[in-house]
Design a protein around this ligand. Structure first.
Ligand SMILES: Cc1cc2nc3c(=O)[nH]c(=O)nc-3n(C[C@H](O)[C@H](O)[C@H](O)COP(=O)(O)OP(=O)(O)OC[C@H]3O[C@@H](n4cnc5c(N)ncnc54)[C@H](O)[C@@H]3O)c2cc1C
Length: 435
């Protein structure tokens, strides 16, 4: 059996990995000239740096299994060491600090009512980590009961501004009034984790995966944009249409898996199956811009390596790239103000300048020369899901079943984290192969 996987982001890589574990041959189609999608990387002076997902939770069991299978590259502690502005004051939350102190801090950030609302959710996830994904039993119940309101209405204003917004901005690129209680569990699970990152980056891992796969069993077709998926006439096969350097082509497969964001998949079905297209478009994505800047001298101190900003500015957070990279700053722009300030047409230099202007009052930026930077704007940076998301997914799957041999996975299934992408891909492969 040979299966085509559309998209070589972490969802596509995970799908290929699980298929290879079943000894199934894979052709991976990628529209860009390089694999990785949102975990892609770029050269910054002597080093390659990752733009998107790079922090690996201690609870990422599936992804860590994959890391081991790829030669077990070294991990280094990343931690959660951040600060935020609350009513004009800098408030620190430091995982390496006292547990009691952090607990009291969280209490003061979200108030009694916020704690009362979120406590059962936190306990559920701590008791059973598998509940901390989209579509888990517990969060389906929350969704059915509360998804007629947004998170901004579900929780008190204090809790929303001080605790929830920093989370949704970072994990969904969205404001609390653009997110729903039924999807919040997948975010909470991430907050309740602690993090490492790969010492030599995500790109090294992807390279190892390619090298370690038996020759011919995984073929990667870069710069191949898939344009259509349809049932093969008179056979069991699925037809894939694609464009490669302006030339159209097609190929027949035993099975096809989409591992591209919901909005990209919607485009493939616009003409043939507008009903599924319309459903896929109900899933919301928000843009994110990321700049990674190297300065001549240290910007952060080791006890305060990051800052989350509030909804009055375009910069959502600025943080040290790694625990020992205090001179390397990752600026992330997301949220409502960012959307009206930063676009795909913005000059990277201007966006970096804006980030520096916002960050300078708190860290060592002024008089600290910038040595080099890399920048990426992601129009579909982060998925923010939909109200009653599990029901929408059910309807989407019902429509997709009309194409035999086709299945879809991605960040819109179980959550945005790398681990959630792995979980969704594993489930998709099991379904597709009848395992
Ligand atoms: C700034 C940022 C920071 C993040 N940090 C973390 C983190 O620290 N930890 C964590 O766990 N998660 C993190 N995430 C989330 C995680 O990185 C993403 O959710 C995940 O990488 C999404 O992967 P994906 O494969 O589903 O989608 P993508 O990465 O978008 O991959 C889809 C791929 O499909 C290709 N494609 C699209 N259309 C077609 C087509 N028609 N034909 C062929 N190919 C196509 C695209 O070019 C792309 O390569 C972060 C995300 C962002 C944006």
């Amino acid at each position: 059996m040979r299966v085509a996987v559309i998209g070589s982001g972490i969802s596509g890589i995970a799908t290929a990995y699980f298929l290879r574990q079943k000894n199934i041959d894979v052709d991976l189609y990628e529209s860009e000239g390089r694999i990785g999608g949102r975990i892609g990387s770029e050269q910054l002076l002597a080093r390659r740096v990752d733009f998107g997902g790079k922090n690996i939770g201690r609870q990422y069991t599936l992804f860590r299994e994959f890391v081991r299978a790829c030669g077990n590259p070294e991990l280094e502690y990343f931690g959660l060491n951040t600060s935020q502005i609350v009513n004009g004051r800098v408030v620190k939350i430091n995982r390496e600090g006292s547990k009691l102190f952090n607990l009291l801090r969280i209490f003061s950030l979200c108030g009694f009512e916020g704690v009362w609302r979120l406590d059962p959710q936190v306990r559920t996830i701590l008791n059973d980590r598998s509940q901390g994904v989209i579509g888990s039993d517990y969060f389906i119940k929350i969704s059915e009961r509360y998804d007629h309101m947004t998170l901004a209405n579900y929780l008190t204003r204090r809790c929303v501004n001080n605790l929830v917004r920093p989370i949704t901005i970072r994990m969904n690129g969205a404001e609390p009034d653009e997110c729903f209680p039924g999807n919040f569990g997948s975010n909470l699970a991430l907050v309740l984790d602690s993090y490492d990152q790969l010492k030599h980056g995500m790109h090294g891992l992807l390279d190892s995966f390619r090298v370690m796969t038996a020759p011919g069993s995984l073929r990667v077709f870069e710069s191949h944009r898939v344009t259509s998926v349809s049932a093969g006439s008179g056979s069991e096969q699925v037809m894939l249409g694609y464009v490669h350097r302006g030339v159209t082509g097609s190929a027949a497969y035993d099975r096809v898996v989409s591992a591209i964001p919901a909005l990209r998949l919607a485009v493939l079905f616009d003409e043939q199956q507008p009903s599924v297209s319309a459903l896929l478009r109900q899933i919301r994505y928000y843009p994110v811009a990321v700049a990674i800047v190297r300065y001549r001298r240290q910007v952060f101190k080791s006890d305060c390596r990051a800052m989350m900003f509030d909804n009055s500015v375009a910069l959502s957070n600025a943080g040290a790239y790694g625990i020992n990279d205090l001179d390397l700053v990752r600026y992330t722009f997301s949220g409502r103000v960012s959307r009206s300030t930063v676009s795909e047409f913005s000059a990277p230099e201007a966006v970096v300048g804006l980030g520096e202007e916002i960050t300078a009052p708190f860290f060592n930026i002024r008089g600290n020369p910038r040595e080099a930077f890399v920048y990426r704007y992601l129009p579909e940076g982060l998925c923010a899901y939909s109200s009653r998301h599990h029901l929408l997914l059910k309807n989407i799957d019902q429509e997709l079943r009309k194409i035999p041999g086709f299945a879809a996975t991605g960040d819109y299934r179980r959550g945005a984290s790398i681990e959630a992408c792995f979980r969704a891909a594993g489930e998709c492969v099991e379904k597709l192969t009848g395992g």
